[in-house]
Ligand binder design. Structure first.
Ligand code: NDP
Length: 483
C-alpha cells in the first residue's frame, strides 16, 4: 500500500468535540483513482458518531460559539485561511491522490478554500439588520441570527471549494457544524478541520464524520438536532435529503448540478470563446456541477466551432493526477461505469472529437474526453447530466430557438452567451433560466463573491457571496413600543 506522505493526521478517525475518535463500525478502504491502488483507510462513521457530533455541536453552539463576538469569529476564519495558504502544496497533493484531480486544479481548489476563509472571515461582522419605519410610538429592527447546528453533506468533486463556501459561511454566521464528506474524498475535510483547531476554533464547533452516504449521510440528514442542512450532489439524493429535512421542518440548501449551455452566436469572437467552450466541459474530468456540457452554435459558425473544438479534443492529454495533465481519472469505478454508459449512448451521433488514452495505469478510472456533434436537443446526452468529460454540440437558427434549447432541460444552474451585440446579451441574460449567466466568458474565474445556485432540478438556495451568509441565518423582527 502506498500511503499519502503529506498526511499529518490519522485519516481513519472522525473529529468530534475536538477529539480524533475511532468509528464503532471500523474503517473503509481508500483508493487512488489514478491507479486503483488501495492507499489507506478512512473511518466508517454512522449513526453513533453522527449523534455524538450533533451533541458536540449543540453544546459548542450554546456554550461558546453563540457568544463569541462576530469580529472574533472572523479573526479565527481569517487565521484559518492563512493556515490553509501555508499548506497549499500539501493540501493539493492530498486532493490529487485522493480524488484524482490534476495537481494544478487541486492547488486552485486549495487556494479557493483559503479565499473563502478570507472572504467569510471579513464578512462575519458585517451581517447587518435593518431598522424599519413603522407606526408612531414604535421602534422596529431586525436581527440576523444563526440557525444553530448546521449539517453539511459534501460530494467528492470539489471537496475543498464546497467546504469553503458551505462550512465557511455557516461558521461566519455563528453556526456550529457537522460535516459529512463523501466517502471517496474526505481527506482534505479532515485536514481542514485539523487546521481549524490550530486556528483556534473552539472544540465542537466543527465536527467531521466520514462514512457512507447511506449510513453517516442518512443519519445526519434525519437527525432531529439539526437546524439547517446544506447538500451538494445528485438530484435523487438531494430529493431524499429534502424529504428527511421536511420531516424535521428545517430549511435546506440544495445544489444538484446541471446541463449548462454555452450559446454561441454568429457574431461571437470565436478565438476568445474557444478555450472556454472546451475547458468548461473537461475541467475536473467534467465532474463539475457547473460544467458546460451543451454547446449551442448558430448555423453559420457551426462547422467552424465543431472543427476547432474537435482539434482541441484531439490534443487533450489524459493521465494520473500527479502528472498534472489536462484531464485526470474519474473519481471511482462506479463513476467510470456511469460515464462510459453515456458515451455508448452516443453511438447514433457524430463522434466529432475524442482524446486518445495513452499508456495509463490499468487500474485507473479513465475515460476518453469525447465530443459529439449534430445532437438534437432532446437526445439523452443533451438532457441528462453525464458528470464526465463529454460535450454535445447543438446547432440553432435564431435567437428564439437558442433560448428554447437553452431552457429546454430540467436544470438551470449556469449559462453563457457569446455575442458582440450588447442588446442581445441583455435579452438573453433575462430570458435564460439559470442561477448564473455569463456574457462573453464562462464562470468569471469562479469568484467566491458571486452568489451561486440553481433553479429547477439544479436545486434551490444560494451559496457563495453574502447570499450564503443570509441563508445561514434566520431573521428576527423586534418591535419595541415606547409611546
Ligand atoms: P450522491 O448525491 O449520492 O452523493 C453526494 C453526497 O451525498 C456524498 O457525500 C454522499 O456520500 C452523500 N449521500 C449519499 N447518499 C446519501 C443519503 N442517503 N443521505 C445523505 N447523504 C447521502 O452522488 P454520487 O456520488 O452517487 O454521484 C452520482 C451522480 O450525482 C453524479 O454522476 C453526478 O451526476 C451527481 N453529482 C453531482 C454533484 C454536484 O456537484 N452537483 C456532486 C456529486 C455528484 P457518499 O459519497 O459517502 O456515499
Amino acid at each position: 500500500m502506498t500511503a499519502i506522505p503529506e498526511l499529518w493526521f490519522d485519516p481513519s478517525r472522525c473529529l468530534i468535540a475536538g477529539e480524533w475518535v475511532k468509528a464503532a463500525a471500523g474503517t473503509l478502504p481508500l483508493y487512488d483513482p489514478s491507479t486503483g491502488a488501495e492507499i489507506g483507510a478512512i473511518a466508517r462513521g454512522g449513526a453513533t458518531e453522527i449523534d455524538a457530533a450533533v451533541t458536540a455541536a449543540t453544546e459548542a453552539f450554546h456554550g461558546v460559539w453563540h457568544r463569541t463576538p462576530a469580529v472574533e469569529r472572523g479573526r479565527i476564519l481569517t487565521r484559518l485561511g492563512q493556515l490553509v495558504l501555508e499548506r497549499v502544496e500539501a493540501l493539493a497533493m492530498i486532493e490529487a491522490r485522493d480524488v484524482g484531480k490534476p495537481y494544478k486544479q487541486a492547488r486552485a481548489d486549495a487556494v479557493a478554500l483559503a479565499r473563502y476563509m478570507e472572504f467569510y472571515g471579513g464578512a462575519a461582522d458585517k451581517l447587518l439588520g435593518q431598522t424599519i419605519p413603522y407606526m408612531d410610538g414604535y421602534t422596529v429592527y431586525t436581527l440576523r441570527e444563526p440557525h444553530g447546528v448546521t449539517g453539511h453533506i459534501v460530494p467528492w468533486n470539489y471537496p475543498m471549494q464546497i467546504i469553503g463556501r458551505s462550512v465557511g459561511a455557516a461558521l461566519a454566521a455563528g453556526n456550529a457544524c457537522v460535516l459529512k464528506p463523501a466517502e471517496d474524498a474526505c481527506l482534505t475535510a479532515l485536514a481542514f478541520a485539523d487546521l481549524a483547531k490550530q486556528a483556534g476554533l473552539p472544540d465542537g464547533v466543527l465536527n467531521v464524520v466520514p462514512g457512507l452516504g447511506a449510513e453517516a449521510g442518512a443519519a445526519l440528514t434525519a437527525h432531529p438536532g439539526l437546524h439547517h442542512i446544506s447538500f451538494t450532489g445528485s438530484v435523487a439524493t438531494g430529493a431524499a435529503v429534502q424529504i428527511a429535512a421536511g420531516a424535521n421542518v428545517i430549511p435546506v440548501t440544495l445544489e444538484l448540478g446541471g446541463k449548462s449551455p454555452q450559446v454561441v452566436f454568429d457574431d461571437a469572437d470565436l478565438d476568445a470563446a474557444l478555450p472556454f467552450l472546451v475547458n468548461a466541459g473537461i475541467q475536473n474530468a467534467g465532474q463539475t456541477c457547473s460544467a458546460s456540457s451543451r454547446i449551442l452554435v448558430q448555423r453559420a459558425r457551426y462547422d467552424e466551432v465543431v472543427e476547432k473544438m474537435a482539434a482541441r479534443y484531439g490534443a487533450l492529454r489524459v493521465g494520473p493526477a500527479v502528472d498534472d495533465l489536462d484531464v485526470g481519472p474519474l473519481i471511482s469505478a462506479k463513476q467510470k461505469g456511469l460515464v462510459s454508459g453515456f458515451i455508448e449512448q452516443g453511438h447514433d451521433l457524430q463522434l466529432a472529437g475524442q482524446a486518445t488514452l495513452g499508456d495509463l495505469p490499468s487500474g485507473g478510472y479513465y475515460v476518453p474526453p469525447t465530443l459529439f456533434a449534430g445532437v438534437s436537443p432532446d437526445h439523452t446526452l443533451a438532457q441528462n447530466e453525464v458528470f464526465g468529460p463529454v460535450q454535445v454540440v447543438i446547432p440553432f437558427e435564431d435567437e428564439a430557438e437558442a433560448i428554447a434549447i437553452a431552457n429546454g432541460t430540467d436544470y438551470g444552474l449556469v449559462a453563457s452567451v457569446w455575442t458582440d451585440s450588447g442588446a442581445r446579451q441583455m435579452r438573453l441574460a433575462k430570458a435564460i433560466r439559470a442561477g448564473q449567466v455569463f456574457l462573453n466568458n464562462y464562470g468569471a474565474g469562479g469568484g467566491v463573491e458571486l452568489p451561486f445556485g440553481g433553479i429547477g432540478k439544479s436545486g434551490h438556495g444560494r451559496e457563495k457571496g453574502f447570499e450564503a451568509l443570509y441563508g445561514f441565518t434566520t431573521l428576527k423582527t423586534v418591535a419595541a413600543f415606547h409611546g
